[in-house]
Write a protein that binds this ligand. Structure first.
Ligand code: NAP
Length: 333
């Protein structure tokens, strides 16, 4: 049995607590902590879990075998470094850190530790639809990958959402899945100005379009539109030299009547990727039972943040921006 400590019990932390407590086998949540003490206390009471006094208390607690970090992104690097210092495996929600400099510190600490402890919460890699696309690419079913078209749409954005977050918070998922599908690194990004939706908040550039160029010449085009009004819509189409592999919304039943056919669009990320979080958590626990951390690595977290940073630089300058990554340490070969 793997005893997990959770830090941060907001939207995603509560989701993870629920899955780990009810659906994931081989795990139990031993301790949880949130700076919102009332929220944490209510969740601890409802789930029969002990309340930690601080994040440090969770990480250093001898009853905790592994840590799940679900606090805001600007806390991730410091908490992940504390887990590495304590030699505890850690599943850190995305992003690994908001800046590539902070991510590099995590890489350096893990390399000095000598083995992988960190997994980053890029759960789309566990989604059945994405996995089907990945299998088609790896089996050579669509020939050589040439171009990928992606859309990432949300119903509406919260007031604190900024134009930078289209890349650092939203498209970071497409950045990771593109790197994973294409099995290569992104070398340049270009953000292209798009006509602004009149329904987007006035401070926000929405929608936005970005081109991600890979070393191999593959180009991935991502549309991020976080005030699309109609639903949570994540799709992609991978165009190869002999065919196309597509990620569509999962079908949950269609209505055909009066000469028209309609299918529901997921309401939000929890509906669309609920199963992926569960598979992600089960795989993390199964790996830990065998003493292995095998999901998206600190290197993947670093590379994704470096690309998101490049997108923000391109947004500012209006120019194509190169991505310069450090040499990949052998630990992440
Ligand atoms: P949220 O709802 O705001 O929850 C974060 C919680 O952490 C809040 O209760 C917050 O308390 C608490 N907190 C803040 N600082 C803390 C600290 N130092 N130690 C412990 N708790 C702390 O945010 P969320 O939407 O769950 O997102 C959390 C993280 O998960 C973000 O990095 C986000 O990008 C990521 N996320 C990933 C996915 C995915 O698809 N993989 C989906 C959603 C979120 P206060 O509110 O009092 O500050």
């Amino acid at each position: 049995m793997i005893n997990v400590g959770i830090i941060g019990t907001g939207a995603i932390g509560t989701n993870h607590l629920r899955w780990l407590s009810t659906r994931v086998s081989g795990a139990r949540v031993a301790v949880l902590f949130d700076v919102d003490a009332k929220r944490a206390a209510a969740l601890a009471e409802g789930s029969g879990t002990t309340l930690g006094a601080s994040a440090k208390d969770v990480i250093e607690n001898p009853a905790v075998d592994a840590v799940l970090i679900a606090s805001p992104g600007d806390t991730h690097a410091e908490l992940t470094l504390a887990c590495i210092r304590a030699s505890k495996p850690v599943l850190c929600e995305k992003p690994l850190a908001p800046t590539s400099d902070e991510c590099r510190k995590v890489l350096e600490a893990e390399v000095a530790h000598g083995s992988r402890l960190t997994q980053v919460g890029f759960m789309r890699r566990y989604d059945a639809g994405y996995r089907t696309v990945k299998q088609a690419i790896d089996a050579g079913s669509i020939g050589e990958v040439l171009v990928v078209h992606c859309v990432h749409r949300n119903v509406s954005s919260v007031p604190s959402y900024t134009s930078d977050m289209s890349f650092t918070d939203s498209a970071i998922h497409e950045i990771d899945t593109a790197r994973w599908l294409v099995a290569d690194e992104i070398v340049a990004t270009t953000v292209i100005g798009v006509r602004r939706s009149s329904l987007a908040p006035s401070h926000l550039r929405d929608p936005q379009l970005v081109l991600l160029e890979f070393r191999s010449g593959v180009v991935v085009e991502v549309e991020i539109f976080v005030n699309c009004q109609y639903g949570y819509d994540v799709r992609c189409e991978v165009v190869g030299s002999t065919g196309v592999a597509s990620l569509d919304n999962p079908t949950t039943g269609a209505l055909t009547r009066s000469g028209a056919r309609s299918e529901p669009v997921p309401a939000d990320w929890q509906v669309r990727f609920g199963d992926a979080y569960l598979v992600e958590l089960q795989d993390w626990i199964n790996g830990l039972e065998k003493g292995a951390v095998r999901g998206p690595s600190a290197w993947d977290g670093y590379a994704a943040t470096a690309v998101a940073e490049s997108c923000v630089a391109s947004l500012r300058s209006g120019l194509k921006t190169t991505v310069s990554l450090i040499e990949r340490p052998a630990l992440y070969a």
